[in-house]
Design a protein around this ligand. Structure first.
Ligand SMILES: [Zn+2]
Ligand SMILES: [Zn+2]
Ligand SMILES: [Zn+2]
Length: 745
């Protein structure tokens, strides 16, 4: 490589900057920049106080740096020249003084080939130098299977190796191969070569540090700066060369910084020095009479500074935002309050209120914006707008409010639903100034209404004793009478009762006689539908109580006499017939129903006495001797699988009775539980006693356990009750079964 040449190239003279265009670009850049601020002011260029365009210089040095090393190369020779040995050492080479050719020529050395030791051949690796290999067919045994002439397969002499067991090696010539490294010449040659690797370095110099901080100085500098001159050299550029194109003091100051740090084997092989002109603009701005803020836009693209460099416009934007929030709250919050006050307010006035408050908020926001920008002449105009919208909001809010005279107007026109909405919106109905209007509304509504429960509701909402209430009560009474009588005429007791129940709370005090009479009629209708004597007596009792009349009194007396007659004990027949048992059951049912009646204490006493009488009479009838039907009715016996056996099983004791000629002649009692049939334990004794008493027709005690006789207790005892024989079977003191009358074991 030749020594670095210094061939300076022509440098363009710097053209004068177009100051006007630069200014315009700066203003545009300023406007763009302010748009990134909070609440950017419209026409932000109005706040620019001065634009100061300027051109600054920047330089860029590209250095190409080459790192050079010396390496040995080696290769085969042509023919077998004389061995020279190594002619040079790598350390003796001057890296930058010699050319590649001279280095190669002076270092070219011939040496004996090291893989073959200078012989030029080596033993064949396939046959290990023997020149033949084992026969693959017979594997060296000389014999191999094959087909004979008669087509039989057998062991024969190997045909591949002619029965020698070995084959000639195909990879060599009599066991040796030519050396691959020296191509058989037995020599190798070596020489020295340069190996270069190249890197580059860029350095930017500028008039002030501010410029160097910008990103574009390392990338895409051409976009923002204009190249005005360039000097290149094969090698290092000298200060003298550069000094011809730049102010001397600038070179004095900055040239020292251009030195590139190099490593041991490195050298600068080319350098290019570029001079740029960078347009820039200082923009000063301020709101009203505040002190100026100055920001700088750089490069042909007029790159903006960070937003944080602004103070004035940001502070002003925050003020606007601070006012905007409460404005939004007012514009949306007040209509929301009206919405929450109830459906009365959900109308066109609310929309108008929303519109007025929205307008007020918008105008106020604009006022704050212009005021913070110091635009006084516009403020006056916004103030007028604020006043108009505020006034309109107040008027609309007043118009949206409910009014008493409006409610009265609706009542007089018969628009009662509208009147009610208006009154409800006015507030509590209890407040004295509204009470009269509410009374009028209820009166109007009640007199128009045909539904008893609706009229009753109106009446209850009115002040008792007032003439309006009396009017409504009268209307309600006639409506009730009409509807109850109509319902009773249709025999529809349910709806009559419902109508009466609705009217009762209102009319019970003022019209007791009318309500009483209607109530009595209602019970009389129920009486007519009665199917039993107690029902008739009860309905007549309540009817008489509701409204006493002599005829009601007389009818009740008759119904009562019928009941008392039914409850009066009858003489016992000689034989207990089924009719008698059924009469006792009927009396018991009737007496149970009337025993606790609240209507007549005497009837209650009669009923209780009849209950006792019927029970005692039932208990007097013995099962033994009773006809089949009487027995079934008396003790609720059921027919069993056997045609002559009736049985009854209580929870603990089983009773069966044996029939002969349609009469019960014997009974059998045992525990119902198969596991334990004991009849006289604590749980079963009362049941057994009761059943035995019913079997015999009078109260009896269970037999006592028999005394042991001769050491062993008897297992059976027998005794008589009148003419009936009873047999008990025992297991020690336990009563296991009872047989009464003629019953087979
Ligand atoms: Zn060799
Ligand atoms: Zn062979
Ligand atoms: Zn070989």
């Amino acid at each position: 490589m030749s020594l670095p040449s210094q061939e300076p190239q022509a440098v363009d003279p710097m053209p004068p900057a177009d100051a006007e265009a630069l200014k315009n670009a700066a203003v545009q850049a300023f406007v763009e920049w302010t748009r990134r601020l909070p609440v950017p002011p419209p026409n932000s260029q109005e706040f620019i106080r001065s634009v100061e365009p300027k051109t600054r210089r920047a330089a860029r040095i590209y250095s190409t740096i080459t790192e050079r090393r010396v390496v040995w190369k080696e290769g085969p020779t042509h023919g077998s020249p004389v061995v020279t040995g190594l002619r040079r050492q790598a350390s003796s080479v001057d890296l930058w003084a010699e050319t590649p050719e001279s280095l190669r020529n002076s270092s070219l050395s011939v040496l004996a080939c090291s893989p073959c030791g200078g012989v030029g051949s080596s033993p064949c690796p396939k046959c290990k130098g023997r020149g033949n290999i084992q026969c693959w067919n017979c594997r060296g045994t000389r014999k191999a299977y094959g087909y004979a002439k008669d087509n039989s397969r057998r062991l024969m002499n190997c045909r591949q190796c002619d029965a020698s067991g070995r084959l000639t090696c195909s990879g060599c010539n009599s066991g040796s191969v030519s050396c691959a490294a020296c191509l058989g010449h037995g020599r190798e040659q070596r020489w020295l070569e340069f190996v270069d690797s190249v890197r580059s370095d860029v350095l930017v110099l500028s008039e002030d540090e501010h410029l160097r901080r910008l990103v574009w100085t390392t990338e895409g500098m051409e976009q923002d700066a204009k190249l005005v001159g360039e000097i290149s050299a094969n090698g290092v550029l000298t200060q003298e060369k550069v000094a011809q194109h730049l102010p001397e003091e600038w070179v004095q100051e900055h040239w020292g910084k251009t030195r590139v740090p190099l490593k041991v084997y490195e050298r600068i092989t080319r350098q290019t020095f570029q001079v740029f002109e960078v347009p820039a603009a200082r923009v000063s701005y301020g709101i009203a009479d505040a002190p100026s803020t100055t920001v700088q836009f750089e490069g042909r693209r007029m790159l903006a500074p960070p937003v944080a460099e602004d103070r004035q416009l940001t502070t002003r934007g925050r003020k606007v935002l601070a006012v905007r929030l409460p404005l939004i709250a007012v514009a949306l919050g007040i209509p929301l309050l009206y919405i929450l006050r109830g459906s009365f307010f959900w109308n066109g006035w609310l929309a108008a209120l929303l519109f007025s408050l929205g307008g007020f908020a918008v105008v106020t926001d604009r006022l704050v914006q212009d005021w913070t920008l110091g635009r006084r002449q516009k403020i006056r105009q916004w103030r007028r707008g604020m006043a108009v919208y505020a006034l309109s909001a107040i008027v609309v809010a007043l118009l949206a409010e409910p009014r008493l005279f409006e409610a009265r107007r609706y009542i007089s026109k018969g628009r009662l639903d509208d009147a009610q909405t208006e009154l409800q919106a006015l507030g509590e109905p209890e407040s004295p100034e509204l009470q009269a209007a509410w009374t009028d509304l209820h009166l109007a509504h009640a007199l128009r209404e045909q539904q008893v429960h609706e009229v009753a509701k109106d009446a209850l909402a009115m002040k008792p004793g007032s003439p309006e209430r009396a009017q409504v009560d009268q209307h309600l009474l006639s409506l009730t009478r009409q509807q109850v009588l109509a319902s009773l005429g249709r025999k529809d007791v349910t709806s009559a009762s419902a109508v009466l129940a609705s009217a009762h709370p209102v009319l019970a005090q003022g019209f007791p006689k009318d309500i009483g009479e209607l109530t009595a009629r209602l019970y009389e209708a129920e009486h007519a539908a009665c199917t039993t004597d107690p029902c008739r007596w009860k309905t007549l009792s309540v009817a008489l109580r509701a409204e006493p009349t002599p005829s009601r009194e007389q009818r009740l007396g008759q119904a009562r006499a019928t009941l008392v007659e039914q409850l009066t004990p009858r003489p016992r027949p000689k034989a207990a017939t089924l009719d008698w048992v059924l009469h006792l059951h009927k009396t018991t049912a009737l007496a149970s129903e009337l025993a606790d009646t609240p209507y007549d204490p005497q009837v209650s006493v009669h009923a209780k006495q009849a209950l006792t009488w019927a029970r005692e009479e039932r208990e007097r009838i013995p099962l033994i001797g009773a006809e089949r039907e009487v027995a079934i009715s008396l003790l609720q016996l059921t027919a069993s699988s056997h045609p002559n056996i009736l049985s009854k099983t209580t929870e603990s004791v089983a009773l069966s009775c044996e029939l002969r000629d349609g009469r019960c002649v014997g009974a059998y009692l045992a525990g119902a539980d198969k596991e334990s049939r004991v009849l006289n334990n604590l749980k079963r004794t009362p049941v057994t006693k009761e059943l035995l008493s019913r079997v015999l027709g009078h109260p009896v005690e269970l037999p006592a356990p028999p005394q042991p006789r001769g050491g062993k207790p008897p297992t059976q005892t027998t005794w008589k009750d009148g003419r009936v024989t009873l047999v008990a079977r025992w297991n020690g003191i336990y009563l296991m079964e009872l047989r009464v009358g003629e019953v087979k074991p």
